[in-house]
Design a protein around this ligand. Structure first.
Ligand code: GDP
Ligand code: IMO
Ligand code: MG
Length: 425
C-alpha cells in the first residue's frame, strides 16, 4: 500500500498539478505543500466551478482532508489571508483544516519590493519572475537572517529581528536601487496584525505528518513549479529559487526520503513556459498559436500568456531521472485533438544534457512526428476508447522515458481522467 505520494511538475510548471492532486485527494487523509510560495497557481475545476489556489494545498475542496503548508514553503501572510478569506466567503471551511509550519520563512514587503526592483534593473535580461518576492525570501533563509512564521508569534523577538534585517535591506533599496526605503513601524504593525490572524493555524507540521504515517494514513505531497525551474537542475538562471524536484518533498516537510512511496510526474502532452529563458521546442507558428488557444494558455498567477511548443522528451527523461518518477500523468491530451501531425523532441543534437546557459543556447532539437487522431478525446475515462494514434503517442512517451503512464488527463474537470493505475494504491 502506498502511504505517501509526491505529485510534481516535470516541465516549467503549470502541468496540471493542482487538478491531479485534487483528484487523488479522494484517497488521501492529508495534503502538504513543501516548496515554492504564491508564485504557484493551481487550478481546480469541479462541476464547472473554477478555483485557483496559490498557497493553500489542493486538498482544501475535499471535506475532511487536512492541509499542511510545510517548512519549505515561503509564505506571504497577506496573500495567505486573502486566499483563506476568499475561500471561506465561498463556503469552504479552511481555518479548521489548514496547518502552517512555524519553521516556514515569511515573505516580507521588502522581498516583494526587491524582486520587482531587480527585475526592472535587469531590463531585457529580466527573468520574468512572478514579482512575488520568492527569490529574496529564499535568499534570506539561506543567509540565516530570515523571519520565520514562528517569529511572527513573538512580538519582541520579531521587533529585534525585523529592525536588523530591515536596516540591511533598506540600505540596498535606498543606495543600490535609489528607491524609497520601507518604514519599520508600518512593516512591524502589519506583521503583528497578520500574526494575529494566522496564529491559531501554526503548528509543528513535521510532527503532525509523522503522526499521520504512524496512524497508517495517506499523505499527498504537492509540488509547485516544475523540474526545469529547479534552482539546481533547471535552466539556470531562468529558474525559481527553490528545489522543485522530489528531494524537496522530504526536506520541505520534514519527512525522510524513505517515507516517499511513489513519485507522480505530471507532464503536459506538449510544453509551455511563462517568463524568460531557454525553451528548445518553442513554436512561433500556427501550431504554437493553436496550442495556446486550445489549451487556454495564460498564467494562473500573473495572467501572462504562456509560451507554447511541442513535448520535449529529452527534458522529460531527465525529469524522470532527477525525480525518481514512479509513474507519469500526461495532461491536456485533448488539446492535441485537432492536429494532423504531432511532434515530440527526441534529441538535442548532442549527447550531453545542457548544464549551462551557454549549452542551453546551443540546443538543436530533433523531432519524431506522429500521426494525429483528429477526433475528440475530451472527457474520455476509458483507455480502450482512446484513438490508436493517441495510444501510440502515449506508448512512445513511456518507451522513451522509461516511466509508465499511470494517468491520462482528458479535460480540466476533476472527473475527466483515464486512471490506468491509481498512485494511491
Ligand atoms: P498547475 O500549476 O500545475 O496546477 O497547473 P495550472 O492550473 O497553472 O494550469 C493548468 C491549466 O490546464 C488549468 O487551466 C487547468 O484547468 C487546465 N487543465 C488541466 N488538465 C487539463 C486537461 O487534461 N485538459 C485541458 N483541456 N485542460 C486541463
Ligand atoms: P505552478 O506551481 C509556471 C516561473 C516564473 C519565472 C520563474 C521565476 O503554477 O506551476 P519566481 O517568481 O518563482 O522567482 O519566478 O519561474 N514560475 C512559474 N511558471 N508555473 C509556476 O508555478 C511558476 N512559479 C514560478 O514565471 O519564469
Ligand atoms: Mg500553475
Amino acid at each position: 500500500m502506498k502511504k505517501s505520494v509526491v505529485v510534481l511538475g516535470t516541465q516549467w510548471g503549470d502541468e496540471g498539478k493542482g487538478k491531479i492532486v485534487d483528484l487523488l485527494t479522494e484517497g488521501a487523509d492529508a495534503v502538504v505543500r513543501y516548496q515554492g510560495g504564491h508564485n504557484a497557481g493551481h487550478t481546480l475545476i469541479i462541476n464547472e466551478q473554477k478555483t485557483v489556489l496559490h498557497l493553500i494545498p489542493s486538498g482544501i475542496l475535499r471535506d475532511g482532508v487536512k492541509c499542511y503548508i510545510g517548512n519549505g514553503v515561503v509564505i506571504e501572510p497577506e496573500a495567505l489571508i486573502k486566499e483563506i478569506t476568499n475561500l471561506e466567503a465561498s463556503g469552504v471551511d479552511v481555518q479548521s483544516r489548514l496547518y502552517i509550519s512555524k519553521s516556514a520563512p515569511v515573505i516580507m514587503p521588502y522581498h516583494i519590493k526587491l524582486d520587482q526592483l531587480r527585475e526592472q534593473k535587469k531590463g531585457k535580461e529580466a527573468i520574468g519572475t512572478t514579482g512575488r518576492g520568492i527569490g529574496p525570501a529564499y535568499e534570506d533563509k539561506v543567509a540565516r537572517r530570515g523571519i520565520r512564521i514562528g517569529d511572527l508569534l513573538d512580538a519582541d523577538l520579531l521587533k529585534n529581528k525585523l529592525e536588523k534585517v530591515l536596516e540591511y535591506h533598506n540600505f540596498v533599496i535606498a543606495n543600490y536601487h535609489q528607491s524609497e526605503p520601507l518604514d519599520f513601524e508600518e512593516v512591524y504593525a502589519k506583521a503583528l496584525q497578520q500574526a494575529d490572524f494566522i496564529k491559531g493555524m501554526c503548528v509543528d507540521v513535521t510532527g503532525a505528518l509523522h503522526q499521520h504515517l504512524e496512524d497508517d494514513e495517506k499523505l499527498l505531497m504537492e509540488g509547485a513549479q516544475g523540474s526545469l525551474l529547479d534552482i539546481d537542475h533547471g535552466t539556470y538562471p531562468f529558474v525559481t529559487s527553490s528545489n522543485t524536484t522530489a528531494g524537496s518533498a522530504a526536506t520541505g516537510s520534514g519527512l525522510g526520503a524513505t517515507h516517499i512511496d511513489y513519485v507522480l510526474g505530471i507532464t503536459k502532452a506538449y510544453t509551455t513556459r511563462v517568463g524568460s529563458g531557454p525553451f528548445p521546442t518553442e513554436l512561433f507558428d500556427e501550431d504554437g498559436a493553436e496550442l495556446a488557444k486550445r489549451g487556454v494558455e495564460f498564467g494562473a498567477t500573473t495572467g501572462r500568456p504562456r509560451r507554447c511548443g511541442w513535448l520535449d522528451l529529452v527534458a522529460l527523461k531527465r525529469a524522470v531521472q532527477v525525480n525518481g518518477v514512479t509513474g507519469l500523468c500526461v495532461t491536456k491530451l485533448d488539446v492535441l485533438d485537432t492536429f494532423a501531425t504531432i511532434k515530440a523532441c527526441t534529441s538535442y543534437g548532442d549527447d550531453a544534457f545542457p548544464g549551462s546557459a551557454h549549452e542551453w543556447a546551443q540546443v538543436k532539437p530533433e523531432y519524431q512526428s506522429f500521426e494525429g487522431w483528429q477526433s475528440s478525446t475530451r472527457g474520455l475515462t476509458d483507455l480502450n476508447e482512446l484513438p490508436p494514434q493517441a495510444k501510440a503517442f502515449v506508448d512512445f512517451i513511456e518507451a522513451f522515458t522509461g516511466a509508465p503512464v499511470h494517468i491520462i488527463s482528458t479535460g480540466p474537470d476533476r472527473c475527466e481522467n483515464i486512471l490506468i493505475e491509481d498512485p494511491m494504491g
